[in-house]
Design a protein around this ligand. Structure first.
Ligand code: ZN
Ligand code: ZN
Ligand code: FE
Length: 760
């Protein structure tokens, strides 16, 4: 018996080889009908013997191409007609196209095989791609996703490429960025003046220079990388010095999984993350004694590894046989990554010795993503290339909202129905370059997603450039959202929960509702509001921002808070080494409340502890002291014990006191206990006091659900042990996996809070 069916598929099903896949599926079963792109995805009409149509329907989601993401399948019966073949129909015109653009994808195995096949017409062609792989998000100017609206528009296809493009059975059917030696983009090697070096093989020449210890800027998918041989200490040092990037760890690209396993401990989950087509940087525990230069990640337990993801990366490794290359963002410290050839040559002059460039324009900056497996899940530290612009699914419908994030590690978020689109990593909004990128991202994302926001959500900190931008907009509703409320809402949103929860929001800095600098907060929250139910006790932040760069100031603040004026006589190395004059000035500042706002920050507590135990007096990048404290604790023997904190009720809120902590630390320092042990005891103490606080709040509010958010939860010891403790205590614990726990995930929470706020 013949039947006919209509199947409507929604999700990422355009530009990912879905139509040729369906075409093959149909003709292999002798079925007739058609497939076309629609506003919501694709619609298939399929006709033939009932058992075959049944089999087709069952196989459809199961064998879908790797990049497709099916979010919905709606099936209905139709009357049969006289179709004699299966056709790929054009797009339905007249409808607003609202499909999803795929993230950029690592080169696939089929293309790699062709790349290194001397008989293939794309042998060694650095821009080989197909419907299953290649650039997407970063080459899209506008929608719908078609070649004329990408940066491939300037490369008319040759006859061979066009034939593939038009053949439904071909792997390159409708592969918009498809190209070859004859018709596509080409590589060049430039000198420091931006002049093309006439060399027969730019890749070989670049590899030779890397071998000599030079720094080469390499144009990638979402921006330039600065490359150096990771095994040559002088090359790494040169790169750091020129880039003005001193302590911050550098990412390392290795040729394959085998090389990755040589350098780091890799569990199966981490292996999957490394090898996935998203190709994030994966933070992994490094093995001792490997040949990576010490300067790559000084003081760090982990190494950030990733695998080649463009054909050019593979060619570079093949040409140079490198065991490992530093591949760090092509920028000066803290500026956005460079994407344009001339811009790169200008901005990176003085850093790179040569530029490996090409003429396929990058339309949108997109840094590498960073993940780390912690407590059984791969966690996002920086959600960017390979993930963006894939939407996060919301548990409810929300109005169109633009949330503009915070100040550091900024991302923005746009919502559409039940989808939330988190932008790529925009970075720190502290200078005009950062702000320009922010403007670009706001404009571009709104265009390709066709979203006109009705509400703009922003952080309450009036000093943030994102907040200032939001407040200058007109014709939309504005919604200010408290920083830590947004963190917890972000965790709730990605876990699809509603109602009230206990939220622990731990981070460095957030504008508090009482004017203090918050950062160690226990909130009882829903999307529609929050109550501050507990926090770390206030201490002065002497010098404001200066105290963030100079943890020794926090050391002094906590010791003065704990021991009063007597702390100078503690007889520990930290106090013995203090500059008397500077310390006296600091104490006066705090006493007179000059430029010394009060803070409950957990990040500053890490800084203070790191300073007092002699680990770090000043930092070169955000969270450096905390990361080094964590690395030290990871090197300690297990079961070190835990430091005490106090927990008292002050007014309506619980307060965690740090006096017992610093008394115990001072005691241990006098006993010459190892820094590693002290670090672990501090971490364990935090785990215990936070667990106790959670229990009090469970009693007070009769809540079982608890959300953990804020940058401090990127700390693997804290997250792993607290999660375990709380679960053992019967809590239902929600953590971040899809969006960063840090400020990179803030905009998602802002959007959800704004969606619940009544118009003022
Ligand atoms: Zn491919
Ligand atoms: Zn061609
Ligand atoms: Fe934060």
């Amino acid at each position: 018996m013949q039947i006919r069916r209509e199947i409507r598929v929604t999700g990422i099903v355009q530009g990912v080889g879905f139509r040729p896949y369906v075409f093959r599926l149909a003709i292999e079963r002798g079925l007739t009908g058609n497939i076309c792109n629609t506003s919501a995805g694709v619609t298939i009409e399929i006709q033939g013997p009932a058992d075959m149509v049944e089999e087709f329907s069952a196989q459809l989601p199961a064998g879908a191409p790797p990049l497709a993401r099916i979010l919905g399948l709606r099936i209905q019966d139709l009357p049969c007609n006289g179709d004699e073949e299966f056709r790929i129909a054009g797009s339905h015109a007249g409808e607003a196209v609202r499909t999803l653009i795929s993230p950029d994808v690592a080169v696939c195995d089929d293309c790699l095989a062709e790349l290194f096949d001397p008989a293939n017409r794309r042998h060694l062609y650095p821009f080989i791609n197909c419907t299953n792989c290649g650039p997407r998000f970063t080459i899209v100017r506008d929608i719908p996703y078609d070649r004329p609206r990408t940066s491939m528009a300037v490369f008319p296809m040759c006859g061979d490429c066009r034939a593939e493009y038009e053949t439904p059975r071909d792997r390159r059917f409708h592969a918009q960025p498809s190209a070859c030696w004859k018709c596509g983009p080409q590589l060049e090697l430039w000198d420091t003046q931006g002049k093309s070096l006439k060399c027969p093989d730019p890749v070989k020449e670049a590899a030779a220079r890397l071998h000599r210890g030079e720094v080469v800027a390499v144009k990638g998918l979402g921006g330039f990388h600065l490359a150096a041989d990771a095994t040559i200490a002088t090359a790494v040092e040169l790169l750091r010095r020129r880039k003005h990037r001193f302590g911050k760890p550098l990412a390392v690209m290795v040729p394959d999984l085998e090389a990755a396993e040589f350098f780091c401990e890799i569990e199966p989950q981490a292996k999957d993350a490394l090898a996935s087509h998203r190709r994030p940087i994966v933070l992994l525990p490094r093995k001792p004694g490997v040949a990576i230069a010490e300067g790559v990640a000084p003081g760090q337990h982990d190494l950030g590894l990733f695998l080649p993801y463009t054909p050019l990366h593979h060619l570079l490794f093949a040409a140079g046989q490198f065991p490992a290359l530093v591949m760090t963002s092509g920028n000066l410290s803290e500026e956005p990554i460079a994407i344009d050839n001339c811009e790169a040559a200008a901005r990176l002059t003085g850093i790179a010795d040569a530029f490996l460039v090409h003429n396929r324009e990058i339309l949108l900056r997109c840094d590498d993503s960073v993940v780390k497996p912690i407590a059984g899940c791969v966690r996002q530290f920086r959600r960017s290339r390979g993930f963006v612009p894939e939407p996060l699914e919301l548990h409810k419908e929300v109005p169109p909202i633009l949330a503009v994030g915070g100040e550091l590690k900024n991302t923005i978020c746009l919502t559409r129905g039940r989808e939330a689109f988190l932008s790529q990593h925009i970075g720190d909004l502290e200078n005009s370059e950062g702000l320009d990128f922010f403007h670009e991202a706001v404009e571009h994302l709104q265009r390709i997603l066709e979203i006109r926001p009705e509400i703009i959500a922003y952080d309450l900190h009036i000093g943030y450039l994102s907040t200032q931008w939001a407040l200058a907009q007109s014709g939309v509703r504005l919604a200010g959202v408290q920083h830590h409320h947004a963190h917890i809402a972000s965790c709730m949103a990605e876990n699809g929960i509603d109602g009230k929860v206990i939220g622990l929001a731990l981070d460095g800095t957030g504008y508090g509702s009482d004017g203090a600098v918050w950062g160690g907060e226990a909130l009882v929250t829903g999307y529609d509001g929050f109550e501050r139910a507990g926090h770390f006790g206030y201490v002065p932040l002497p010098g404001g921002a200066a105290a963030i760069r100079e943890p020794w100031r926090m050391g002094v603040s906590y010791l003065a808070h704990t021991f009063g004026a007597d702390f100078l006589g503690l007889g520990i190395p930290f106090t013995n080494k203090l500059d008397r004059q500077k310390t006296e000035t600091l104490l006066q500042m705090m006493k007179r409340r000059v430029n010394s706002p009060l803070t409950s920050s957990c990040g500053r507590l890490f800084d203070g502890v790191a300073a007092v135990i002699g680990l770090r007096e000043t930092v070169e990048y955000e969270a450096q002291a905390a990361m080094e404290l964590e690395s030290a604790a990871l090197a300690a023997p297990k079961d070190a014990g835990a430091y005490p904190f106090s927990l008292t009720r002050e007014g309506n809120a619980w307060q965690i006191g740090v006096r017992p902590l610093f008394e115990a630390i001072a005691e241990d320092l006098r006993k010459h206990i190892r820094v590693e042990t002290i670090s672990l005891r501090f971490h364990q103490g935090l785990v215990e006091i936070l667990s106790r606080l959670a229990e009090r709040l469970r009693e007070d509010f009769s809540l079982q659900r608890i959300c953990l958010s804020g940058g401090t939860f990127q700390n693997q010891i804290l997250l792993t042990n607290l999660l375990q403790n709380l679960e053992a205590n019967g809590f239902q614990v929600f953590t971040h996996t899809q969006v960063p726990a840090g400020d990179g995930g803030l905009s998602l929470g802002q959007a959800l809070v704004a969606s619940s706020m009544a118009p003022a």
